[in-house]
Design a protein around this ligand. Structure first.
Ligand code: SF4
Length: 487
């Protein structure tokens, strides 16, 4: 694989710290280069991964069966109740539908599925075919919404119309329709103070326009929504437990273990936490401007960032000194248990090198810090959807010699993994085979993972996972290491 080269058109999306002028601006946020075989998913997939964890909604893919199969059960998002989200419904559009239109098929599918599954809402995802044949999905959704009495929402996510980020935007628009739908549920809906799903003392508040100014909403004091938290392997439950100990109420999570009624109640919260910022910041900004709910960006990966996130919440509620005191106690108790456990992994991992390729750059920041904690350095960092600010931050926090990539592809990943002699790749399902084929250890930090990596206990699980893979004896039989042994 020697001599792997960058495509000229990709040159400005790659930065090597120390080899480029410091003011080099990484090109980002643009459509993937044709022929470069981007690791990015399509617009439809972007919207699907954000909305998918809402467990009591019907998710129907209006398009060919392949779009639905490709995203079936796409996240390891767990639910504490219904599991309707794990079904992958589709209108299975075929040639005759392309010629005569798919609206009737969509209407019939919605009628049948809503009657059968009794969901709280339905999301209808538009795919490439639907964009091309021009079905009026909004009209069908409006008709079915009136007929069934539940929100039936068109998600405009035709795969070809932009990047994965446009899919996030389409998902946020769909979520906004629920948030802003005018009705707040409360104790009379069985979501009272004792509800483990966390909605306390709600009251109905709606105006003729369906929008309720924040002053009418009966804001819950010391309450938050966690946006961009998808409850992968139960991570949202870990975070909720921290906030319970701190005395902070979690009104809703977007969208992990999500429920339509909780999402409706989201505008009664006092603060929004934005974790997966690339996917959901547009919704947070809208809630801030329409309902006056401020937001802060947080990350729950790695010791520093988890602690920082919890303290940031306590600080936002600083009129309540008990919250800060409880937060301090929580963090020191967790650290006392955690640090000795990390030490044994750090001994073996010190000096090893890692490559990171993730969806949103914000996660990469946390991973760089977390890896330093266990003695590892990052020599390659990249993301599918980072913006200019994200890449500036990456340039600052990476060490000299590190390569930073936007919207990369398998050839570039392999090139730099070999050149930098990495011991570990952190990525998702599309990156895993690249690592294994090169004889490099791998840690899944994407949405398919089955192990919770958020929070303090997540840091221990992360270190354990990295250690098990990096230190595995299997790599001495793999191609790259085998050739090094021979040499
Ligand atoms: S929406 Fe388009 S690009 Fe996305 S999976 Fe379907 S056909 Fe492929």
């Amino acid at each position: 694989m020697a001599g792997l080269k960058l495509l000229d058109e990709r040159r400005r999306q790659v930065f090597e710290k120390g080899s480029e002028p410091a003011d080099f601006e990484i090109a980002c946020g643009k459509p993937s280069l044709s022929g470069a075989v981007s690791q990015r998913a399509c617009v439809f997939c972007g919207s699907r991964v954000v909305l998918y964890p809402i467990a009591d909604a019907l998710h129907i893919v209006h398009g060919p069966v392949g779009c639905a199969a490709y995203t079936w059960d796409i996240r390891g998002s767990r639910s504490s109740g219904p599991e309707l989200h794990r079904m992958s419904f589709t209108t299975d559009l075929r040639e005759t539908d392309v010629i005569y239109g798919g609206e009737k098929k969509l209407e019939a599918a919605l009628r049948q599925l809503i009657a059968r599954h009794n969901p709280k809402a339905a999301f209808v995802y538009g795919t490439c075919v639907v964009g091309v044949i021009g079905d009026d999905v909004d009209a069908v959704c409006n008709k079915m919404s009136k007929e069934t009495g539940i929100p039936v929402i068109a998600v405009h996510s035709e795969g070809f119309k932009g990047t994965k980020k446009d899919g996030y935007k389409a998902a946020c628009d769909a979520l906004w329709r629920i948030v802003d739908s005018g009705e707040v549920t409360g104790e009379e809906d069985g979501l009272g103070p004792d509800s483990s799903r966390g909605v306390r003392g709600g009251r109905r508040a709606s105006s003729a326009s369906g929008r309720s100014p924040s002053s009418e909403l009966g804001k819950r004091p010391y309450s938050i929504n966690i946006l961009g938290e998808f409850n992968i392997a139960g991570e949202a439950w870990i975070l909720k437990e921290y906030f319970r100990k701190m005395g902070v109420e979690v009104v809703s999570t977007f969208t992990g273990d999500g429920r339509i009624d909780e999402i409706r109640n989201a505008r009664t919260a006092s603060l929004n936490l934005v974790q997966c910022s690339g996917s959901i910041t547009s919704l947070a900004k809208r809630m801030e401007s329409e309902y006056g709910i401020p937001f802060i960006r947080v990350s729950f990966f790695g010791i520093e960032d988890v602690s920082k996130a919890l303290y940031a919440v306590a600080d936002a509620f600083k009129d309540n000194k008990d919250i800060m005191a409880r937060t301090r106690a929580l963090v020191s108790e967790e650290l006392a248990a955690l640090l000795p456990q990390l030490e044994k992994y750090r001994k073996d991992l010190t000096g090893k090198k890692a490559a990171i390729y993730v969806g949103g750059a914000f996660k990469a920041f946390s991973l760089i810090v977390a890896l330093r904690h266990i003695g590892m350095s990052v020599v390659l960092a990249g993301s599918q959807t980072g913006n200019k600010d994200d890449y500036e931050t990456l340039k600052e926090i990476c060490d000299d010699g590190a390569v930073i990539v936007d919207d990369t592809n398998p050839v570039e990943l392999c090139k730099y993994m070999l050149e930098k002699k990495v011991d570990l790749l952190i990525g998702g399902v599309k990156e895993r085979p690249l690592a294994y084929k090169l004889g490099v250890a791998f840690c899944d930090h994407n949405h398919e993972r089955k192990i919770p990596l958020a929070g303090f206990e997540g840091m221990v699980a992360f270190a354990k996972e990295v250690h098990a893979s990096v230190m595995s004896p299997i790599w001495k039989f793999a191609p790259r290491m085998a050739s090094e042994v021979k040499a």
